[in-house]
Structure formats: C-alpha cells, structure tokens
Design a binder for this molecule. Structure first.
Ligand code: ATP
Ligand code: MG
Length: 596
C-alpha cells in the first residue's frame, strides 16, 4: 500500500489523463448495461411474444418504458432493437479503444519518467554505490523492474477501475431484479476468488526469484562481453557458456512455473463459476415457470450474473499482477531513495581558483570496516610536484581519490586554500582537478568527442592543440577518419599507449590546476612509455601534481616524495634527502635498480 502511494506520485502529473480514462470506463460500463438490457424486449416481446413481468415496483420512467414496449408491435420493436444494437456497439468500440489508449498513454509516460529518474539517480550516486552494486542487476532494474510498473498501471490499475465499475453495475442489476437469488449467488462467488489468492502468493515468490535470476543473467552477460578478451585468453568460453546456460535454464524453469500457475488460474476459477451458475439457473428457472418473473427478465439476471464472472476473474488477476509487481516497485524505490554517501552542503562554497595549498589534516579512511589510511598529515603547496609511493594495496589510489571527493575521509579534513572540501560545491571542486589513471576510460564515440569529454564546447583548434601536447596528434591523423574516427567500446580499437595519450589530451584540454596521475604509464612498454612520459611532462608544467608511480626512476625530480607503509606516512622528503636517510625509500629504490 505504501508503495502504491509512492507510485501515485508519478501518476500525479497526469491526473487529467487518468480522469478521462476513468470517465470512458464509466461510459463504457453503462453501454454494457444497456446492451444487456436489450435482451429483455428481445426475449419477451419479440421472440416469445409475451409481456415483460418483474416481481417488484419500478421507478415511473421504467414502468412507462416497459408499458410502451409491451404495447409495441413485435416487428417494429425488432427493427428498432437492431438499430440500437449497431449504434451501441459502435459507441462501445470507441470507448473501449479510448480507455485502452488513455491507460497506456498514462503508463508509458510514467515509466518513461521513472526510467529517466532512475538513470539520473544512478548518475548522482557516489562511487561506493557502484562498487557495491552489480552492473547487471542495475540494468535489470531499469529494464525488467520498470516494465512491471507499466504492467501494474496499464493492466492492473485499468482493470481494477474498469472491472470495479462492471462489478458494481451488474451487482446492482441482479439485486434489483431478485434480491434473494442474488444473495444466494453472492455466497457462492467467493469460492471463485479463493484459488486466485492462493496462487497469487506463490507467484509473488516466483517473481522475486525470477528477477534475481535475470540480474544474474545480466551480470554474466556484462562480465563476459566486456571481458571477452580475457575469456578467450584463458579459453573459458565453455565455462562461461555453461554458467550462462545454468542461469538461463533456471530462469526458464521459473518462468514456466509462473506461466503454468497463471494459466491454471483461469480454468479453475471458471469451473467454480460454472458450478455456481448451474445452481442459480435451476433456482431462477423455477421462478420463470411459476410466472413471478418473465423469461426476458431472467435472461437479464443470468446475463448480468455471467457478466460478473469476468470482473471477478480480472480482479483476481489484478491481485496476482500486484504480487509480482510489488517487489519490482520496491526495488525501484530502493534505488530512488538511496542517498549518495558524498553529499553537498546546502550553501556550498564555490572554489573559483586554486591559489595556495592542499592540506590533509589527520586523515583516516576505511572501506566499510577495513582501515586503509591512518593519521595522514600532508601539505602540498601550489605548483609542487608530490609523488606518493609504497607497496601495492597500501592506499595510494585511495589517498588521491579523497581530493575530488570520490569518497569522504572517515576522520580528518582536507583543506584547499583553507576551506574544507566538504563545504565546497562538488562541481567547482572537480573543475580544478584533472586525472589520468591506470585504466583509461574512453567512450564508444569519436576521438574528438572523447578528448572533449568534460568540455563539450571546446573548439576544434583547442582539441588539436591538446592532442599535440599529448603526443597524440600524429597517430590520430593516421586513423582512417582522423579526429572523427570511432574508437570502439572503451577505446578497443586503440593501443594502450594511444588510449593513454587520448586521456592525457583530455586532461590537457581541461587545463586543471591540480593534476592527479595514478600509474599513468605503468601499462606501457618503454618505447611508448617514453612518448607518454614526454606528454605527461608537458601536462605537468605549471600545475600542482600528485603522482603515483611504481617505477621510482620516473619521479626522482619531484619536490617531495611521500612513502606510505601500512596506511601511514613513514617517510617524506626529496629523492636526495630520502636516499641520505637510508631507510625504506632507499631500500625500495635500490631493489628496483637491481631488477631493472
Ligand atoms: N572499494 C573498495 N572497497 C573495499 N576495499 C577497497 C576498495 N578499494 C580498495 N580497497 C582496498 O583498500 C586498500 C587500498 O587500495 P588502493 O587501491 O588505495 O591501493 P593502492 O596503493 O593504490 O594499490 P596499487 O599500487 O596496487 O594501485 C587495498 O587493500 C584494497 O583491497
Ligand atoms: Mg592504485
């Protein structure tokens, strides 16, 4: 129920459409009632030539109507009935088209909005959210789960309203004609609903498991498609195929199970319905034989009762759809209500330019419960080049990720020009920071767009000159369509060094005052490393730089080297100072000199 109220918020902008849909449903239901009423003169006056008899008093206009009908010649009545039936069916067709169209219009609009909102939300969440969630499961929320919302609105909600109207109308008719018989029929009706409730519960469980399987399937797909090279290199095609087949088979079995239950529901309900119908037929027939009501009126009673079966069936289906849609809707709201862990204060400080220094003040950091950094105190003056070194897994990447606020420190503060970065607008903070990392993230687009990512209004001249600084211009010109070449997903059509240089060009174009280089050359061979190194040197000119590098020879010239061990800073100084000190850094340096 709570979930539905939340869902209603999305429907609210389209209240008018909903209102019109409900109106057409009401009209359509009235047409149904009138069509059924046409059976009375047809059965009594026209076909059997008898008068209409009803065992109760009617409002005056109906009494008059029946009186007129009873006194009209059969043939005239027959012609009239024919004409009215054609008109009724035309109007009924029109309203039923309209009601279907309006409800689908509504549901399509709502799911479009929900998809957009979900995507926007996912974009706004912090990195830890991405680390925690599986890509496939996220994708299946935007596709599979959202489609359940559509079903819930265009089928369940529509049926709920429309068939409630029908239920109301036909119930009214049968109670009007013969209250005692109607009551009796109604005692039998709940029998028909019972199996639906039972099956609905089962379906809810199945649906939950089906979604989990779908998420698993999506995850396998993503991993094996994006990791195709590794799959092939390790000849794991067979393994991946088996893994996929297993999940696919499970999904198939679940779906089939759900379908079986759904299909069985109809016949079961109908069987109970028919039993009840026969019983009523017997009792009502006796009344006609006695002459308390006419045959035509009994036909109307029976017709109305039969017309009640469909609403009952559809309303029980609404229930089963709900059982399946509710978990999906719940998962959608789970994402929509996730708060980004890195949040902006309400009146953030706008960092216009970086002027003086970055200070790490007693910084500690832990992922969930695992401490990575402890008591880090570090000052980086504007224009300084600072290298961070230490064994793998010590927390170097984590340390630099704190500056653009990919994560917030567990303890301590980071100050830029004296202002805590938590007080700053995230956008303004990040606008001063450029990053070139070990993994270059490129998009399936042209070289030009990839370089201009983050600065879409850059002119072509700016892009070319950035590429030149990054030593990328020459190789780009050799590509089949130069700057307009599509580079494939994640830049698959480029070499590692080329990708790296595009990433550097991107950073050059952004022209940040603070630059973070995280193992920017570690994947390259020495020939391309030289070209990339050269590009990096140019990029580093006149900027404040934090460099993470394994190869210590590449950072000898920096202003300050910070050595991390066990999450703490254990040494800090220039290359010469640290060599002179003769402790950890010197040891690391000499080890590397030996092995290279
Ligand atoms: N998102 C995460 N969730 C939990 N633990 C993490 C996460 N990212 C990193 N870690 C852990 O934190 C520690 C520090 O990781 P980090 O990536 O900062 O190391 P690093 O010094 O950059 O290593 P490398 O030199 O190999 O790049 C590691 O032990 C790692 O397992
Ligand atoms: Mg790292």
């Amino acid at each position: 129920m709570r979930l539905y109220l939340k869902l209603l918020k999305f429907v609210k902008p389209y209240t008018l459409i909903l209102f019109l849909a409900i109106l057409t449903m009401g009209i359509s239901t009235l047409f149904d009632g009138v069509s059924l009423g046409m059976l009375v003169p047809l059965a009594d006056n026209i076909l059997t030539g008898k008068k209409i008899i009803l065992s109760r008093r009617l409002p005056l206009f109906l009494e008059n109507l029946i009186h007129t009908l009873n006194n009209t010649p059969s043939l005239t009545l027959l012609k009239l009935t024919g004409i009215i039936i054609v008109i009724l069916f035309t109007l009924k067709g029109l309203t039923s088209f309209l009601q279907g169209y309006l409800m689908n219009l509504l549901s399509q609009k709502v799911i479009r909005d929900i998809r957009n909102l979900l995507y926007e939300k996912i974009q706004s969440l912090s990195l830890d959210f991405y680390v925690r969630s599986k890509t496939g499961s996220l994708v299946s929320r935007i596709t599979y789960d959202v489609s359940w919302v559509q079903i819930a609105l265009s089928e369940a909600l529509a049926d709920l309203v429309f068939y409630s109207f029908q239920l109301f109308l036909f119930t009214f008719i049968i109670f009007f004609i013969h209250p005692k018989l109607a009551l009796l029929s109604f005692i039998l009706l709940p029998l028909i609903g019972l199996p639906a409730v039972r099956i609905g519960k089962l379906l809810r469980k199945i649906s939950k498991r089906a979604q989990e399987k779908m998420a698993e399937i999506n995850t396998v797909l993503f991993e094996s498609i994006t990791g195709a090279r590794i799959v092939k290199a390790f000849s794991m095609e067979e393994y991946e195929t088996q893994r996929f087949k297993r999940y696919n088979q499970d999904f198939y079995a679940l779906m089939l199970n759900a379908i079986k239950k759904n299909l069985a529901l109809g016949p079961i309900t109908e069987f109970f319905g028919a039993c009840a119908g026969v019983f009523v037929l017997y009792l009502g027939g006796k009344e006609v034989i006695k002459g308390t009501i006419s045959f035509g009126i009994f036909v109307l009673f029976l017709g109305s009762l039969l017309s009640l079966l469909k609403p009952f069936k559809r309303l029980s289906k609404v229930y089963t759809i709900n059982q399946q849609a509710l978990p999906a809707i719940g998962r959608i709201f789970e994402i929509l209500e996730t708060q980004p862990s890195v949040r902006e204060v309400s009146h953030p400080y706008i960092l216009k330019s970086f002027e003086k220094e970055i200070i790490f003040e007693n910084i500690s950091f832990s992922y969930e419960n695992k401490f990575v950094l402890k008591d880090i105190n570090l000052r980086i003056k504007k224009g300084e080049k600072v290298a961070i070194v230490g064994p793998t897994g010590v927390g170097k990447t984590t340390l630099v990720n704190l500056i653009p606020r990919f994560y917030d420190p567990t303890e301590g503060r980071i100050l830029i020009d004296g202002v805590d970065i938590k007080e700053m607008s995230i956008k303004s903070l990040r606008s001063h920071i450029g990053m070139v990392t070990q993994e270059t993230i490129l998009f399936n687009d042209t070289v030009r767009t990839n370089i201009a990512y983050g600065k879409p209004d850059a002119s072509f001249e700016e892009i070319v000159s950035a590429a030149k600084v990054a030593n990328a211009h020459d190789f780009i010109m050799r590509l089949p369509e130069g700057y307009n070449t599509l580079i494939g997903e994640h830049g698959a059509k480029l070499s590692g060094g080329e990708r790296q240089r595009l990433a550097i060009a991107r950073a050059v174009l952004k022209n940040p005052s603070i630059l973070i280089l995280d193992e920017a050359t570690s994947q390259l061979d020495s020939a391309s490393e030289k070209i990339v190194q050269e590009a990096l040197e140019r990029l580093m000119e006149n900027r404040t730089v934090l460099i993470i590098a394994h190869r210590l020879s590449t950072i000898k010239g920096v202003d300050k080297i910070v050595v991390l061990q066990n999450g703490r800073i254990i040494e800090m100084g220039t290359h010469e100072e640290l060599m002179e000190r003769g402790m950890v850094y010197k040891e690391m340096y000499e080890m590397q000199k030996l092995t290279s």
